[in-house]
Every structure is written in C-alpha cells, then in structure tokens.
Design a binder for this molecule. Sequence first.
Ligand code: FAD
Ligand code: EPU
Length: 349
Amino acid sequence: MSGYQLAEDVSLAGRNTFRVPARAAMMADVSRADALAELFEFASLRDGPVLVLGEGSNLLFAADFPGVAICLTMAGVRITQDDGDTALVRAEAGMNWNDLVSWTLARGLVGLENMALIPGTVGASPIQNIGAYGVEVGEFIETVEAFQRDTGQVKRLAREDCALGYRDSLFKREPERWVVTAMELRLPRRRELRLDYAGVKEELAAMGVDAPRAMHVAEAISRIRTRKLPNPAVLGNAGSFFKNPVVDAALADELKAAHPTLPVFPGPDGQRKLSAAWLIEACGWKGFREGDAGVAQQHALVLVNHGQASGPQLLDLARRVAGSVRERFGVSLEPEPRIIGARFDDTGA
Ligand code: FAD
Ligand code: EPU
C-alpha cells in the first residue's frame, strides 16, 4: 500500500464552494501522512507547484492549477491524554471540522462550540486560525503536525511556533512549504461559555434556554449562521471574502466621527478592527449582481456565484468592491480566501 493515488487532469468544480470551473493538472489523494515523503520524491511535486486542497471553502480559482493538488483523506480522531480536567484530542487533517466540534462536545469537552458549522477540514483550521463568535481555534492548539517540504519530514510545531493571528498563521504565509497532517487540541471539561458576541444570548433566549450548556451554544451559533450566511450547497460562496480591516486608532476615530454607525472593535497592538461588511454595504454593493457574480443579499461581506460565474468574474467584482471602499473611506481590504492563479491587486480596478 503506497498510501496515495494519482490522477491526471482532474476537475475541481465540485471541490470548491464557489463552484467555479477549474482543473488540476494532477491530483494526489493521500491516506497516510508517512506517504508524503515518498510522494514528494516525484519531480513534479519536488520542484513544481503544489496545492493542498481541503474542502475548497476558502479558495477562489482564477485559473486552472498547473501543478499537483493534494487531498488528505486520513480522518482519524482520538483522545491521547486525559487528566480529568482536560483532554488532548488528536485529529487528522482530512476530518471535517464540524464533525470534530460535535465529536468533542459529545464527549463532554468544551471550547469549540462557538466555531460550530464553520465549513472545511481539520487540516485547514490552523491555516487561517479559523474563528467565529469570539473564539479562535488557536486558543486550543497544543501542536500542529505538518510535513515540511524542504526537509521531507513531519514536524510537530507548538502553538507558539505557528505565528497564529487574526485569519493568519505561519502556514498561510508559507503555503508552498507545509502540509498540515494532524492537530492536537487541549480541551477542558469545564469553562465559562463565551456568549458576548452580538446575537448569541438573544438566540439562546429564543430557543427557550436559560441555563445554557456548550451543546446549546453550538446549536444557537448554527442557527445564527444558517440565517446569516448563504449555504454554499445552494449558492456558491467562500464565506467572508475580505478580512475585517485592522487600522490605526486615529483613522478609526476619524471614520467613526464621520460615520457614527460604523462598527469598530479593538484590534491587536492598540489598533482597531472595522467591519468590512459595513464599509461594503455603505458603498451600495449589498445584493449587487452582474451576470452570475454578486454580493449576497444577506451579508455584504460574502461574494456569491449565482450559477455560472467564473473565477475571473468573481475576482473582478472583488477588486471593484475593494476599489470603491478604498476610494470612499481610504481603507484597503485584503481578501480572506486564497486566490489561485492570480494576484489580488485592487489598484487594477
Ligand atoms: P481549503 O479551502 O481547501 O483551503 C484553504 C487554504 O488552506 C488553502 O490555501 C489550502 O492550500 C490550505 N490548506 C488546506 N488544508 C491544508 C493542509 N492540510 N495543509 C496545508 N494547507 C492546507 N472561516 C472562519 O475562520 N470563520 C468562519 O466563520 C467561516 N465561515 C465560513 C462560512 C462559509 C459559508 C464558508 C464557505 C467559509 C467560511 N469560512 C470561515 C472559511 C473556511 O471555512 C475556512 O477557512 C476553512 O478552514 C477552510 O477549510 P477547507 O478545508 O475548505 O480549506
Ligand atoms: N454588517 C453590515 N452589513 C452586512 C452584514 C454585517 O453592516 O451586510 C455589520 C453588522 O452590523 C455587524 C458587523 O457588520 O455589526 C459584523 O457582522 P458579523 O457579525 O456578521 O461578522 P463579520 O465581521 O462580518 C466575522 C467573520 C466571520 C465570522 C463572524 C462571526 C471575518 C472576515 N469574518 O464576520 O467569518 O463567522 O465574524 O464571528 O472576520 C469567514 O471568515 O469566512 C467568516 C464567515
């Protein structure tokens, strides 16, 4: 058993949640981490472009991929240590993220409930340090196991070595270098629930829950998300298309004075995080549609494919959106999904 399978000229249309057409010159399905060393001895992988592909929920294909797309299929999960108060959970990269959330909650382990229903795989979760409703996965990461292309070995990185930030990590900055194969999360049995994000307490109240447990929070978050974000199975999208911009406090104060309804949140190092959705909506884009490329009716931060939009059409729309926000507010928007086959350069708008 080699632990991998190769195929040539593979369609990626069903493997990205924007559901745009694209092809990979080659695809490798990998079922064992220890097969990666052998696989990377092929000249095309050693020297050519490689794309690790999870569920394709944070990618925009602006072109075909000329190299090898790697899909990790190993999806095991187990508790490797348990001291009664906390447990160490090791999950492999190919597992679905929401399945891991449910698996941990079913075992009385808490912490991941606010991140219920985020699409994608466990292996992708540290790439942009996924987060939602006031919690990021990085809070729980003990180690990330990753195949390092330049050494040909699997390395165990402690959380401090992963350079985790808001929608950011070492792996995101060096995408050609790392293949995340597994992750260990330290999860407590007891912890104060995080209910402060706008709308969470109200949803729990609407559910008739007055003494919430983690399971209830996961359900409340799932209900909010289902209402607020378009379902990619129905309408192609990749969640938030832009990160919320982090700006200096002085610029945030100036913008807030001119636009009192602009949501402003604390950011890292005394900076401020602005709501990209608000900025985009203020520029009139919410619900916009041109051909099949559009901006969601429900949420201004989500670009959508109404059916036949291509990657370049969605990219063009994204550039125009960012260009208008820059012109009106002097704020640059940075895309959150990885764009394959093009550079995002909003000055090209
Ligand atoms: P892909 O889209 O397949 O890949 C994303 C990036 O990670 C690519 O650069 C890829 O090369 C890299 N990658 C994937 N797997 C690996 C690996 N094993 N090793 C190395 N690199 C890898 N994100 C949030 O943070 N919070 C949210 O609330 C949220 N909501 C969303 C809602 C919707 C409707 C959608 C469609 C997306 C949302 N996202 C959200 C974005 C997305 O769910 C996450 O980024 C998720 O982690 C992507 O997982 P994936 O398996 O689909 O990764
Ligand atoms: N808003 C608007 N117009 C809209 C939508 C929202 O003005 O059309 C305003 C709302 O008034 C609200 C603010 O924007 O005050 C924030 O909205 P929301 O709570 O929906 O959060 P977000 O900042 O738009 C972020 C993440 C989401 C994550 C949610 C919940 C980023 C880029 N996005 O969205 O993550 O689910 O918070 O934590 O940080 C993703 O990364 O793909 C994603 C969906």
